[in-house]
Design a protein around this ligand. Structure first.
Ligand SMILES: Nc1nc2c(ncn2[C@@H]2O[C@H](COP(=O)(O)OP(=O)(O)OP(=O)(O)O)[C@@H](O)[C@H]2O)c(=O)[nH]1
Ligand SMILES: [Mg+2]
Length: 326
């Protein structure tokens, strides 16, 4: 922690999140694009990097840290697990991956597991990430329904494989993005909406671990919920005005990434709220608790984080909800 950070923490009192080293890694062509989106949106509080087999994509990426992978892949492998037997990378490359990832408390990886590079490299990178001792999360979009059958095959294989190598898997359904935006939107706009949801998911995690917060917690709290068996889904909402937190919460819960049945069968729900430090009323926080507790079952473990985000106006908030154990 820098001296200035320590002084800032002292100035804002004792309700300070512990500093956590977070790395975000985009893998393959889609992972490069998603992390580029995070750079363009100005995500801070995490180190952003990309890893890919395509030298040109790596060279031209505006992401600050990048690694060219020397993966050898037979992308015409038959539709069975043998694909993962056909993925080979050198020891030098594995050492470079480790060097990039070393020292983090939390590593978030993202790729659409639909092409050979992302699908092939993600489990290898995830394994190395775990070896460093970090908590590992993969955020994986499921390709649009109109994509090539080969992409869908890679996705099915990739999801089955990646879940063995990470602590937590968050799945984003591209089709549901299209369903909510309508099919008249352009392909770049659809990709932007998808990347935006991933931006909010990552931003909420980073904010909960790096911003000052109202309620005390640390990484182990959300670790226990997110690392439940199966996968998680995520929804995002914004609120403004008198019922800002209730509205944002409702928007996140009713986003079609989260089905009503998901909430009823979830083993855990994580609710990240970013609010202005000037919001003082506890009744507003209660709106969130009531909205979420009202739609989960009695056994569901719910975890709420209210992080103070200085630039937010007093009547503005953002809520991101992860539903885990599906
Ligand atoms: N979110 C997002 N997804 C994209 C973008 N461009 C392509 N995709 C998706 O990425 C998938 C294709 O996989 P890529 O990531 O290009 O494949 P790769 O990992 O580079 O693997 P190879 O090209 O086969 O070596 C498809 O499902 C596309 O819909 C983008 O700009 N943003
Ligand atoms: Mg590619």
């Amino acid at each position: 922690m820098s001296d200035q950070q320590a002084k800032d923490d002292e100035a804002t009192g004792s309700m300070c999140a512990q500093r956590t080293d977070i790395k975000v890694v985009g893998i393959g062509g889609s992972g490069c694009k998603i992390v580029q989106h995070l750079v363009e949106k100005g995500l801070s509080g995490a180190e952003l990097m990309v890893m890919h087999t395509d030298a040109k994509a790596v060279r031209t990426s505006p992401v600050p840290k990048k690694l060219l992978l020397d993966l050898q892949i037979d992308s015409d492998a038959p539709a069975d697990q043998s694909f993962y037997d056909s993925v080979v990378t050198s020891d030098e490359c594995k050492a470079s991956i480790k060097e990039c990832l070393q020292g983090a408390d939390l590593i978030i990886m993202t790729t659409v597991m639909a092409g050979g590079s992302g699908s092939g490299a993600a489990p290898i990178i995830a394994d190395i990430a775990k070896e460093t001792g970090a908590f590992t999360i993969a955020i994986v979009p499921i390709p649009f329904r109109f994509e090539a059958p080969k992409h869908k095959r890679f996705t099915a294989l990739g999801l089955e494989e990646i879940v063995k190598h990470v602590d937590a898997l968050v799945v984003v359904d591209d089709d549901k993005i299209l369903d909510s935006l309508g099919t008249d939107i352009s392909i770049p706009a659809a990709y932007a909406a998808l990347s935006d949801l991933i931006f909010h998911a990552i931003k909420s995690i980073v904010a909960s671990l790096t911003l000052n917060h109202v309620n005390g917690y640390d990484i182990s709290d959300f670790r226990s919920i997110l690392s439940a068996k199966g996968h998680a889904v995520v929804g995002h909402g914004v609120g403004q005005g008198d019922n800002l937190l209730a509205d944002a919460c409702q928007m996140a819960l009713s986003s079609n990434q989260i089905a009503e049945s998901d909430l009823q069968r979830a083993s855990g729900v994580l609710v990240f709220s970013r609010i202005s430090p000037r919001i003082s009323s506890i009744a507003k926080a209660e709106q969130v608790l009531n909205a979420v507790n009202g739609c989960t079952n009695d056994e569901t473990q719910c975890w709420f984080c209210f992080a103070y985000d200085e630039p937010l106006a007093e009547d503005q908030c953002e809520v991101t909800i992860f539903v885990a154990g599906l």
